[in-house]
Design a protein around this ligand. Sequence first.
Ligand SMILES: *Cc1c(COP(=O)(O)O)cnc(C)c1O
Length: 813
Amino acid sequence: MSLVVNDIIPQLQAEFFGNHPENSIQNVSIDSRSLQNNEFTLFFCIIGPNHNGHDYIQELIEKGVKNFVVSQVVNPTPEINFLKVEDTLVALQQFAAFYRKKFSFPIIGVTGSNGKTIVKEWLNFLLSPDYNIIRSPKSYNSQVGVPLSVIGINEQHNLGIFEAGISTVNEMQKLEAIIHPTIGILTNIGSAHDEGFENLGQKIKEKLKLFPNVDVLIYNKNKSIDAFLNPNIKTFSWSSSDKSADVLIHHKTTNDKTSLNITIDKTCFKINIPFSDEASIENVIQCLMVMFYFKYDFDTIQNRLSLLYPIEMRLKVKKGINNTTIIDDSYSSDFQSLKIALDFLESQKQHHKKTLILSDIFQSGLENDELYSRVSQMVISNKINRVIGVGETISHYKHKFLNGITFLSQADFLAHFDSLQFENETILIKGARSFHFEEIVSLLEEKTHETVLEINLNALSHNYNFYKAKLKPETKMMVMVKAFSYGNGGLEIAKLLEYLKADYLGVAFADEGIALKSNGIHLPIMVLNPESTSFEAIIQHELEPEIYSLKGLNAFLKIAKQKHLKDFPIHLKIDTGMHRLGFDEIHLEELISILKNCKTVQVKSILSHMATSDDLAHHDFALEQIEKFNRISTYISAALEISPIRHILNTSGISNYPQAQFDMVRLGIGLYGISNDANEQKFLENVGTLKSVISQIRTIQAGESVGYGRRFIAEKETKIATIPIGYADGIRRSWGNGLGFVVINNQKASIVGSVCMDMLMVDITDIPCVEGNEVIILGENPSVSFMAAKLSTIPYEILTGISQRVKRIFYRE
Ligand SMILES: *Cc1c(COP(=O)(O)O)cnc(C)c1O
């Protein structure tokens, strides 16, 4: 990119405050943590749900940034250019649209409900031997992600592939203006994001708004789409049934392979692909259609398709050997996604020390000199302590990295593995597929069994923001992370909440809080049930006890006074009807007389807990609790002449009693994606997926039995798969015997016989699958709520019951 500020001002209709309109602009940023080439950066101060870019201006000026797009100018400075606009996000989009117009090569725009990212990545793989491709990194397909992707275009590129994702109406035109695709792909229309649209028709119409200017639209021919299609748009369609489509494709699947029978221009031929699930087959066909459109010959198509592999789109966080944390991004190494991975590394902050293991980078569209200089700048601004490069090119640029070690090949690296010493650090592993970095990951990874609970950190952020949006702007948010964040994993989630700027964390016992504090969590932490034996530790680790009785108060004050503490924060719990913990009204006078003029502690907050916030049948009781809380907390505050934070609502309270937010709310189960309100549930995203694999498959005959007590007897020939997860992992024994099921290749497999301690068996007679295939135990389907209802319990018990021997894996999409 080579622009000057003066070119940009009119494009954004900006008001200019500054003296240097001739400043050169070579790149754009919206994130203070991933800067490069600071002097020539144009920084857009975006206002997001958690961060406001304007807050970082001073820090950025100190780092050398000279040009900002802002919605307000607070401190005009002679050396700094400010471009003032109405809305900085709109300005970013306008800038991207302006920049896009400077290039005239073909751009493929992909949208649809599912498969966008996979289609984009596969097309990149299939076409990269012949083109220099710019594509959206990961699934950067939003109102912010799309402009940032497009801004990555440079003079070397000759083909673009960008995806566009929308969640409601009036978003697609904006993305169209930025991507301005010349070739369109509509993957499919499913139920993702349904809540943002009135009906299917509205959703289809909105998605089609990506394509008004394309030379061709590639799609799976379908009457409900055709009804909305502008007849002037040229299409290139496929179908398995509709003979009026341009290409007819039938498929036949056996085990893990599929053969496609294709008829195009009256010619028939057959192609084999290494996939068996419907979604992958559909995605391959979209790519195949593009290759037809680009007039590839049949042999090349067959050759390249046979090399396709499932794409791992996610950054995974895993526990490593010697107290390390591994961020596994071992399937790609392009410049854009390196930036994203480094941002993620920064947000994780698990250890002080950070190592980057990086292979040669392909397809950056930059000359190597320039490329590795930029990588080196990113490494410096992300404070990476050690870079280990693998590959001939990166070895050549070793001098660009302080503390850099390089190896010519993966084999060379593995030979020196023992001398490299990995301990107490976070390791980002990022490599192009041809380097097989999965071998490095498997060396560094802590070995545990194959059942894992995957935690989607994007979904957690989404759910957090969903509830945050229900609050008045000034209402604070405490998030309950007791019982390992409801079974999901304490530390990683606490880190994320800190990043999201939650105000408080809540734990049940002191040791949970100590674990968080000693791993570097700085947020204040309230301990709901501090035992008097833990008071010393609470004080030492600066945790904040909830005090719920005179006995507890006196015991705490005794220790606090011995230590000459001043204003140590405590929280007073009032019993308003739950009758679990809390001061009764009759204790108030004594409570007040002890605290009056007491300098040792400071009442940080007053709280109570509702017994029926989730059940509107007890609406009157709930209102009485709220009223009582208001009365008593007002009384204490007045008597002590203090104004503490007041809070009573849990998750369902936030939804059902919005008038009772007081100063703070305590979010629990909602963060983890569960609501007891069916309508609200639609807006939450699933956080945890409990997964395992098939250990063994066998076929039994009619009359033969499965498992302890012969509780399942086959009525006909039956295929049985054994899965290594049982009641010791938290799957109730009673979930077996036909009540529960697991999901294998998107199909339900009923659990036969009783669940054993470490294993369970399922009926897979009608499901194509092989040993080693993935099995979903809990997640989107079956959901925790569904399982809880069937087992006559509540989701809380299922979630927190998943045993600690199940490894937790955290990822971002
Ligand atoms: C667990 C807990 C919460 C959170 O409840 P959810 O129903 O999970 O939102 C809030 N307050 C207290 C005192 C709790 O113990």
